[in-house]
Design a protein around this ligand. Structure first.
Ligand SMILES: [Ca+2]
Length: 302
């Protein structure tokens, strides 16, 4: 009686060990490389680390851009201003059919809203699960594409009711996104623009954005306007106008002075929203937790 009992115990142990190995392999294969696996945040975010290293360099570059003569530097004129939700950590902004679509970030506070810019009324709202930090958005056809910061996941919603249609994956941080009506264009905090097929979500190509001095890093919120990509340079009030074919910076926009309260709205509450109204040709600008959205037009250099 003793020997069969031991055999059963040995058999069960082997089965449990085999099962443990199989489950471990499955879990390891599903974990996205380079991502936070959707389970938590870094102790220090890559953005905070970048700030610590890049502040002096960014300041020098900013001064250089405003004093150089090779690339035109545009200024702006405010046409109108609208109230903005000060709890909205703006990561994406775009306009479609008179509605302003906004993606707000931070963990446990991320959301997608559609706002009637005239009345300020929120027409639609979708709150993300607390583990996602929402980033850029763009409207393509009847769908909205939304990135997340470190989860390597994006969401596609039905535009008119915010129903989630599908998810997609990418192998880098998600920062900004826009589209040229045929392909998606993404930024990830580097100097690259990544062009993605909206059907397959495969990256077709990428370009390194550069001016006459070299690559332009920290490309953040994006907007496609009349054949150019406008990119807010993170932590600055500069917007680059970029030729998407070669990645060449064709113009700079100096948004200095638009921050409504620079004493309070300091890093991380930086300018980070560009939307384009095709009907008027005006641009809408805001920042993270800013109290206003500004409707502007560009003023060419004299
Ligand atoms: Ca935008």
């Amino acid at each position: 009686m003793k020997k069969p009992y031991l055999n059963i115990v040995r058999y069960l142990c082997k089965e449990m060990l085999f099962g443990f190995c199989v489950v471990s392999i499955i879990l390891l294969s599903l974990a996205p490389t380079g991502c936070d696996s959707d389970t938590g945040a870094y102790n220090i975010s890559p953005r905070d680390a970048a700030i610590a290293k890049a502040d002096a360099w960014e300041k020098k570059r900013y001064e250089h851009i405003l004093t150089q003569k090779e690339i035109p530097v545009y200024s702006y004129r405010i046409i109108n201003e609208f109230n903005h939700d000060e709890s909205s950590f703006t990561e994406g902004l775009t306009m479609e059919d008179g509605l302003l679509y906004e993606s707000a970030g931070l963990w446990d506070q991320s959301r997608l809203v559609a706002i009637d810019i005239g009345t300020g009324r929120i027409e639609r709202r979708h709150d993300l699960e607390s583990l996602y930090f929402a980033e850029g958005i763009t409207v393509l056809g009847d769908e909205i594409f939304q990135l997340t910061y470190q989860s390597c996941i994006g969401f596609v919603y039905q535009k008119d009711n915010f129903q989630l249609k599908r998810i997609f994956h990418f192998r880098h941080q998600g920062w900004g996104i826009t589209d040229d009506e045929t392909q998606l264009i993404m930024s990830n905090g580097s100097a690259a623009l990544i062009f993605v097929d909206p059907e397959t979500m495969e990256a077709n190509r990428s370009v390194i954005v550069a001016d006459q001095t070299g690559p332009v890093w920290n490309l953040n919120e994006l907007e496609y306007i009349d054949g150019e990509v406008y990119a807010n340079i993170w932590k600055t009030t500069l917007i680059a106008r970029i030729s998407p074919d070669a990645g060449v910076v064709t113009g700079w926009i100096d948004m200095s002075g638009i921050n409504p309260d620079p004493a309070i709205l300091k890093d991380p509450f930086v300018l980070n929203g560009i939307a384009y109204d095709e009907e008027t040709g005006h641009i809408f600008i805001t920042g993270k937790c800013w109290p206003k959205v500004y409707e502007i037009e560009l003023v060419p250099p004299e």
